[in-house]
Design a protein around this ligand. Structure first.
Ligand SMILES: NC(=O)c1ccc[n+]([C@@H]2O[C@H](COP(=O)([O-])OP(=O)(O)OC[C@H]3O[C@@H](n4cnc5c(N)ncnc54)[C@H](OP(=O)(O)O)[C@@H]3O)[C@@H](O)[C@H]2O)c1
Length: 327
């Protein structure tokens, strides 16, 4: 089978993790990496065995040998980087959150459609077997009618003015970095809420360092999500229904196990699936499957889902009065 030739833009933390998964994927070829500096690109290429190292993102975006580009830059750069890759005719897997807001997201996705390239938000949670099992349990009625979702994602990260998380010019803040997971999880199960009630602690630099989000539905269902990086939470998820509940513990968005309980709190089933590499292999396989089938978007992470979740995040920031410098 012909290998899928990958390019990576950005050589930060997640690019390293992703490259490890690519290196362990049999039908992936590590073709090119691009950094803002030639030295960093070369060091990354040498470490993982990429054949080409570019000192500019544009060169990679225009490299016709690259089948698909993984964009691993900060949120505020995604809009420009994605458009660069699309204009070069590249297929794209772009890190979450896809952009800063809905307007940017819709523009990127419309441009991808216009140019006929594959485009997917790197929402790896949705490609993982545990997420698929949990949604299967819910859709087959194992917990009756789902009524409530609780999910949190918060890790203590000491203040560092250079860290993209604390920088408004990088699209920082807990919502776009972490909150996107609980909101995507809730959206997949409950869809768009009728009302959002939210509060956040905004730093002196102007990003949300902690936030709390409640989403209400007219039939009484609700979602409660807390996200942040100034306190440590359990990072569990719970989906509760009329006949039982499901727990996903220990970093629910990338956990290897989920447990199904009945309404008497008795364990009914436990699903365990340890990653074969580091957990990113599932989204890589999904991209490969889509490219081989000629799909322009992934049924697992469709464009419409990305847009719906971005709209929720816009509404949260509207309520907090938080804007990025570009807005
Ligand atoms: N899926 C996941 O599990 C996961 C986990 C963590 C992060 N992420 C997402 O991945 C993206 C990158 O996160 P990260 O933690 O890898 O960030 P990071 O360590 O700060 O790396 C980001 C890279 O982007 C490039 N870059 C371009 N413009 C930049 C700028 N203005 N400031 C800083 N770096 C810039 C840099 O690479 P060069 O210097 O080589 O150009 C930098 O190394 C974010 O969208 C984040 O939400 C996803």
């Amino acid at each position: 089978m012909k290998k899928i030739r990958w390019g990576i833009i950005g050589t930060g933390k997640i690019a390293h993790t992703f490259a490890e998964a690519l290196a362990g994927t049999e039908d992936a070829e590590l073709l090119a990496v691009a950094s803002r500096t030639q030295e960093k690109a070369q060091a990354f290429a040498d470490k993982f065995g990429f054949a080409k190292a570019y000192g500019s993102y544009r060169e990679l975006a225009e490299d016709k040998d690259v089948d698909v580009v993984y964009i691993a830059t900060p949120m505020a750069s995604h809009y420009g980087d994605a458009k660069l890759c699309i204009s070069g005719g590249r297929n794209v897997l772009c890190e979450k959150s896809l952009a800063l807001n809905t307007a940017q997201t819709e523009e990127i996705l419309a441009y991808a459609k216009e140019k006929g390239v594959f485009f997917m938000e790197a929402m790896w949670m949705k490609c993982r077997p545990v997420f698929l099992k949990v949604t299967e349990w819910i859709n087959s009625g194992k917990i009756g009618e789902p009524r409530c979702i609780k999910a949190d994602f918060s890790n203590y990260i000491p203040y560092d003015e250079n860290d993209r998380l604390y920088r408004p010019d990088c699209g920082g803040g807990a919502l776009l970095d972490l909150g996107v997971y609980p909101l995507t999880f809730a959206d997949a199960i409950f869809g768009t809420p009728d009302e959002i009630i939210t509060t956040a602690q905004i730093s002196a630099d102007g990003v949300d360092v902690n936030n709390s989000i409640i989403m209400k539905y007219s039939d009484g269902r609700y979602v409660s999500a807390d996200n942040g990086f100034q306190l440590q939470l359990s990072n569990n998820a719970l989906v509760s229904g009329t006949e039982g509940f499901i727990t996903m513990g220990n970093w629910f968005h990338c956990t290897s196990e989920a447990t199904l309980f009945n309404s008497r709190h008795e364990e009914v089933e436990k699903f365990v699936c340890e990653p074969e590499i580091n957990g990113y292999e599932y989204e890589i396989r999904e991209v490969h499957r889509c490219l081989r089938q000629g799909l322009k978007e992934s049924p697992m992470v469709p464009h419409a889902d990305t847009v719906r979740v971005m709209k929720l995040m816009d509404e949260c920031r509207r309520q907090w009065g938080m804007k990025f410098p570009e807005e």
